[in-house]
Design a protein around this ligand. Structure first.
Ligand SMILES: [Zn+2]
Length: 309
């Protein structure tokens, strides 16, 4: 099927696009679950090669600082999956495209990403057992799944994780997803196309936390990244989960206070020119996360996202 280039040209005339990636597996490991957001390295190459006909790719910090985002694009990857460097770097090098990786200290230091624990409880059919023990501890909406209510801002993420850890430790279940993440300073390659930024310490739902808890998540991760002196850093804070419900005004204020120059959201939108946005582009930056597996559906997703933006 032929891809309609005029659609993409039209999008580039009106918007900038920041792409959000997570895994870069050829085949997603089953323990990461069926919903896991993945792009194959081969399709990453084709996407970026195609989009660079219409957009000029810049680093996320350049994107955030630009007066007018139209026709600009940037690549970001959250959570620190090592495939972004192992498999992605040669794609970025081949195309000369910069990418920013947003890391969580807790996962980098070998901790298990708590959403992987949630996924593990689901895939091993233990949700019922968990709920029997902790039924009354958490706020749930009617028909809200375990996956959803564990990241509902009404439930403090730290309390959720404590309950999950208590549950899993009683069962002796040891999760083993940490091998998929970058976790040693030697792995953070110093490269002119790669920069590293903060995604908070633990990837909690920021809006579920107290003021002090939010501050520690933001400030401690910022300090953690500072120690890597020989790599390029991004000054943008990538909001964990990045949806409307997942952060609040305190998150924005504290991210700026801690020295960040902007916030990355994940609301599946594109970035319009400053003039049409009330917010300053440098403070909040929209991203698009595509699950497309072919170019035609990527283009459809892109133009639908542009219309919604
Ligand atoms: Zn994330």
């Amino acid at each position: 099927m032929k891809v309609d280039k005029s659609l993409v040209r039209n999008v580039a005339d009106h918007c900038g696009v920041v792409l959000l990636y997570h895994g870069l597996f050829d085949e997603v490991p089953s323990e990461l679950g069926g919903e896991f957001h993945n792009t194959t390295p081969e399709f990453l190459f084709r996407q970026l090669e195609f989009l660079s006909q219409f957009f000029r790719f810049v680093s996320i910090d350049e994107f955030a600082a630009a007066d007018d985002p139209r026709g600009l694009a940037a690549v970001t990857a959250d959570d620190g999956y090592r495939g972004i460097l192992d498999r992605g770097l040669k794609v970025f090098e081949a195309l000369g495209i910069p990418a920013a990786l947003f890391l969580n200290r807790a996962i980098f230091e070998g901790g298990v990403f708590w959403r992987d624990k949630v996924r593990a409880i689901i895939t091993t059919d233990q949700v019922g057992d968990f709920e029997q023990k902790f039924k009354d501890k958490f706020v749930t909406q009617p028909n809200q799944s375990f996956y959803r209510y564990t990241k509902d801002p009404k439930n403090n993420s730290i309390e959720v994780v404590n309950a999950i850890d208590e549950f899993l430790s009683e069962r002796g279940d040891v999760q083993n997803s940490s091998g998929y993440y970058l976790k040693s300073p030697q792995e953070l390659v110093a490269h002119p196309l790669i920069s590293y930024g903060s995604h908070s310490v633990n990837h909690y739902v920021m809006s579920s936390l107290s003021t002090d808890q939010q501050w520690r998540e933001i400030e401690d991760n910022r300090r953690f990244l500072k120690q890597f002196e020989n790599v390029q850093k991004s000054d943008i804070f990538s909001v964990p989960f990045g949806g409307d419900q997942d952060y609040n005004n305190l998150t924005c204020d504290m991210a700026i206070q801690s020295g960040h120059t902007g916030l990355l959201l994940s609301r599946n939108r594109l970035q319009k020119s400053k003039k049409s946005e009330r917010q300053k582009i440098s403070l909040s930056i929209e991203r698009m996360m595509s699950r497309a597996t072919d170019m035609q559906s990527l283009v459809t997703h892109l133009s639908e996202t542009a219309e919604r933006t």
